[in-house]
Design a protein around this ligand. Sequence first.
Ligand code: KIV
Ligand code: ZN
Length: 505
Amino acid sequence: MADRVYLFDTTLRDGEQSPGVSLNVREKLQIARQLAKLGIDIIEAGFPVASPGDFQGVQAVAREVRGITVAALARARSQDIDQAWEAIKAAEQARIHTFIATSDVHMQYKLRMDREQVLEAAVAAVRHAKQYTEDVEFSAEDASRSDLDFLCRVLAAVIEAGATTVNIPDTVGYADPNEFGDFIRQIMEKTPGIEKAVVSVHCHNDLGLAVANSLAAVNNGARQVEGTINGIGERAGNAALEEVIMALHTRRDRFGVQTGVVTEEIYRTSKLVSTLTGMPVQFNKAIVGKNAFLHESGIHQDGVLKERTTYEIMDPAKIGITMTNLVLGKHSGRHAFRQRLAELGFKLTEEELNQAFARFKQLADTKKTITDEDLEAIVEDEIRKVPATFELEYLHVFSGTTVKPTAVTALVVNGELIQEAACGNGAVDAIYRCIEKITGRKYPLVSYVIDAVTSGTDALASVTVKLANEQDKIYTGRGVDTDVLNASARAYINVLNKIVYDEQK
Ligand code: KIV
Ligand code: ZN
């Protein structure tokens, strides 16, 4: 049987370190559950010592998500490791992931430690973690820029101390595939006891080589790959796991390894991560971009119609991209609606179904045919909301080339209807000023992005708004509607509800 490659997802830890991304506990749980459905082996749920919010997020994932190993990150310090264990101890399978840098530049300037001190700290950390769990991963931060002999000494020592996985990060995305593959091969040859541990890699994408480096490592014996969905993460991000997975599956002839992934869940996972983080997926992104399976030129279209494999190396259905001939519209009933949602993988409670169905009917009044993308957007918008302190009741806007944009907006706030009017520099500005007056909350707007869910002038507009609270924590809200101004109001209200929800927690 082919060797198994384990997939370690760090969307909730390294991915959440993307500039402008912050996930609340509910959102982390949604992503973690979806990662378990995708068949990921290990999920790094966060860095518990970093903040109380991080601790709670990791703890919630460890308590509630089953069928997956839950890892928590810890520096090579007892206090970090104790906190990490406290957060993950309820997991079905718990892993402590401890790290310290081994490159000269990190040791000299960041840690101010010499090689012997780093070696000692690494071993002590693994021993400390081992008191809590059998499953201990050690990462040599900035490994790809470390002295090979020293790195092999550290790896041998931590394996001796009980590390079951040793991770070789290309922390700053500096390696090239030939060099990195060779580096892994030499580690395999030179490290005493390496056969007792799983060798892992964790590649950053500063030169756009994270996936290529990860695959080169697999070719040279690595059996765990770390990465994130959509490749999000620090700076230019991490290796995009969906690309690693599909490369391993599509080119099994080259790699000769297998994974436990249910590839049909990839597309849904990508969309969920993009929606909740507010980080759009670039159109031409491999595997999950909007254009990844679109054929524009006549020659290509003709070829694909005659035989799909002429221009498609992967079947979109394998990634979970479904094309349907069943079109829902205003005459469709609850039964067809429920069935289509089930086919798209949404399992809703009766109450959620009622809410989503009401939104669907409203939409069907303004839009002739409702596509799968529309359905996904309204379900995400309706169902994945936090409890609503503020709810939009109505919105009137006066705008044009010769009038001062003015909005009248009413919200229900804890059961009470409150209305305000305001002028602004534009229609959206006027709406946001009304909402600020009603809620008494005003935060710096970090970003405001409009996207069309489908094509055509009656398409659903999706608005994503990011605000920063007093502690500079970024919150993301999304609203969808056929009317851009309604979508803008919904997104703003959604993000304020998230801030309130977080405060109450
Ligand atoms: O990039 C890195 O080196 C890391 C480690 C903590 C694994 O994220
Ligand atoms: Zn990293």
